[in-house]
Design a binder for this molecule. Structure first.
Ligand SMILES: Nc1ncnc2c1ncn2[C@@H]1O[C@H](COP(=O)(O)OP(=O)(O)OP(=O)(O)O)[C@@H](O)[C@H]1O
Ligand SMILES: [Mg+2]
Length: 336
């Protein structure tokens, strides 16, 4: 299951992503956690020391490797150089699993032990001032998009992405890549303004969107959120002393998280799990092709000097494959 956390800066995306990831780990679910936020804080929120977080490998720096691996033996993709963030998989492409060893995880993921289990942590890499709004920013998040478009995930395994609700996710189609999007909103006008923008983009693409109210202090806060977002309000989270202790560098055991917040996480889990029933791999594939054609026409063809619409394999539908039928990374054909 692919789960995104989005919201206004400072709303609590990273905090709630990290709590949700801990919740998943505690229930024994395999998790790949991805920090794709402009402010790279997920590692720290999951307990890494500053030096450890700073030493995380950056997906943005591994784009050539990621492209070369995913391209596999797909004859429609002439070279990794012609692969853009929206290039869809086709016959011959390599697909990713959550539970798998592959060169992308080897290069970009770091195992991280949490109470209850070990997860994989990946990060796009820090964004600098000059990245924002230009190609580097796109390529950093593009590494995540490529991986999501090549991922076949089952119901009991999770990719959780902490990301910004930026305009790039709308242009590229990134916002349509998730089974569930949790929009974190504080009970303020600014807090819900991102919701409105997201909702508008999401409507046409059947994106499952739930609002998680954060830093909610009382009934008036709950009433405000309910009034602003209606039934999209899934659950609210109050101030957490557990989170505060963690921020002081004294992380308590996860089972000591306040019971109301544990319940909120369980509600979020149930909502994410229920979204499995709405999965539609054909629609998922169609949408990635739609955004690829759009990106190809608007900048990709010009950038690469090729007609990138030719990369679309009209007969290919991404879908789950039974574990027994999987080709392991080592026995898959090597790229030329
Ligand atoms: N429920 C909570 N209880 C206590 N502190 C919280 C809670 N939610 C968020 N915080 C604190 O608020 C601050 C901002 O939260 P966080 O970093 O998760 O937001 P963000 O949306 O990821 O921000 P950014 O846009 O900067 O990435 C952090 O110091 C965090 O610890
Ligand atoms: Mg953050």
């Amino acid at each position: 299951m692919k789960i995104a956390f989005v919201g206004k800066g400072g709303s609590g995306k990273t905090t709630l992503s990290s709590l949700f990831i801990r919740h998943l780990a505690a229930t024994g679910s395999p998790v790949v956690a991805v920090d794709a936020d402009i402010n790279q804080h997920l590692g720290a929120a999951l307990g890494l020391a500053d030096e450890e977080a700073a030493a995380l490998p950056a997906m943005g720096a591994q784009l050539p490797l990621i492209k070369e691996y995913l391209r596999g033996a797909n004859p429609r993709i002439a070279s990794a150089d012609t692969m853009i963030k929206t290039t869809p998989p086709g016959s011959g492409s390599r697909l990713l699993r959550v539970r798998q060893d592959n060169p992308i995880y080897d290069a970009c993921a770091r195992p991280l032990e949490l109470d209850g289990g070990t997860i994989r942590l990946m990060a796009t890499g820090p964004f600098t001032e000059s990245d924002l709004g230009v190609a580097c920013y796109h390529s950093k998040v593009g590494a995540v998009e490529l991986c999501l478009n090549h991922l076949v995930d089952g119901r009991d395994e999770f990719v959780v992405v902490d990301m910004t609700a930026g305009s790039d996710s709308f242009a590229s189609g990134m916002f349509t890549r998730f089974d569930m999007t949790f929009l974190v909103a504080e009970p303020t006008r600014k807090g819900v303004s991102v919701y409105r923008q997201y909702k508008e983009y999401a409507r046409d693409f059947g994106v499952a969107l739930c609002v998680v109210g954060n830093k909610v202090q009382g009934q008036d806060d709950v009433d405000f959120l309910r009034q602003e977002v209606g039934d999209d309000l899934l659950v609210t989270v109050g101030h957490s002393d557990w989170v505060r202790a963690m921020e002081k560098g004294r992380p308590p055991r996860f089972e000591l998280l306040e019971s109301a917040n544990r319940e909120a996480l369980a509600t979020m889990f149930a909502a994410a799990d229920a979204s499995y029933e709405l999965r539609d791999w054909e629609r998922y594939t169609r949408q990635m092709v739609h955004f690829h054609r759009k990106n190809a026409a608007s900048w990709g063809n010009e950038r690469t000097g090729a007609d990138l619409a030719d990369q679309v394999d009209p007969d290919f539908v991404l879908r789950e494959i039974p574990e027994s039928a999987q080709v392991s990374a080592s026995s898959a054909p090597q790229p030329a």
